[in-house]
Design a protein. Sequence first.
Length: 429
Amino acid sequence: MASYTNPETIALHGGSHRADPSTGSVAVPIHQTTSFQFQDTGHAARLFGLQELGNIYTRIMNPTCDALETRVAALEGGAAALALGSGQAATMFAVMNLCEAGDNLVSSTDLYGGTWNLFANTLKQFGVEVRFVDPADPEAFARATDARTRCYYAETLPNPKLQVFPIAEVAAIGRRLGVPLIMDNTAAPVICKPFQHGAAIVMHSTTKWIGGHGTSIGGIVVDGGNFDWEAGGDRFPTLNRPDPSYHGAVWSQAAKPLGPIAYILRMRTCLLRDIGAPMSPFNAFMFLQGLETLPLRMERHCSNAIRVAAFLAQHPKVTKVIHPSLAEGEARRRAEAVLKGGMGSLLGFELAGGKDAGMRFIERLKMFYHVANIGDARSLAIHPATTTHSQLDEGEQAASGVTPGYVRLSIGIEHIDDILADLSQALSD
């Protein structure tokens, strides 16, 4: 397998697939099958016994999904990855691979609304506490940590606050205390490499920029292979004690012949096996198509967003524009240190008229789509207070960065003149 360092090349050639061994197909085939024929009984026993990795059942592993997993892992600079049925599944699996009832994790307050609901409400049903802290003070993560803290969680470019998370600072605190940092890098593929700043795990909602065309739902978790789970001992019981569901396997030991992939191996062979939520082979194929043009699309997404931010900042009806290109002070320093080649394509702004003004603006758009998704090739808009964050109370909305007059834009790759024209007419009297 050739090794490449440039994202434009990795997006096309990275990972395990070069050509289909049976047909020579350059495009990754869609292996739309539930099961795989074993060579013989010995081969089957070795696969089930983890003496070798291979395809058993598509709920656990599939060649099309594997091509996506190895390519995204290469793009992020990780050791291995696991494709899942949605970004929400990826978030859930990422933390629950380490947490049990009675455990806790420390999370940034700056989160996507669906993640906030998952952490604040659903995880309680599993007996897992989530402690929310303000990432403006990285040391808050240390103060919230105790012996039952299993991980830290944050978004690189959090939606909707859009203030770049202090990855290096919090990762360093976690390394000192033996706690891994999990980064949701959905909004910053290519332009941010969290592993280079000390993160242990990276996840994406592939539904967004990786797919890029609004056709498929999916998620992926990438194991950096850079965290010593065995040294953590009692902090990581799911990886360091005998697992009765797998003949007493100790995952930090069992993974050694396969590489530094104890975390992702346990996720695949336990959580995915028992809970499900695999990515479909067809969706994996669709994400591979999107991945091939991701670096090029990110260039246009980011350049368009900077122009939109500058336009809105000068508009008399706009009271505030939220985009890393307009940040100042520490927020600016952090953005420049973490984001390379672009400042992202998510953008927020506030209208003086509050809720009514935000809703009226959305109604007047003609080219922008009014949808809940982000990261499409086409430009998208939504009013979070009445949609994506409507399940949060006013205090929770404020903590996550949503005000009544806040509008979120996901800037696409259309010609910038057409984007600005649509915004201009929607803001006109």
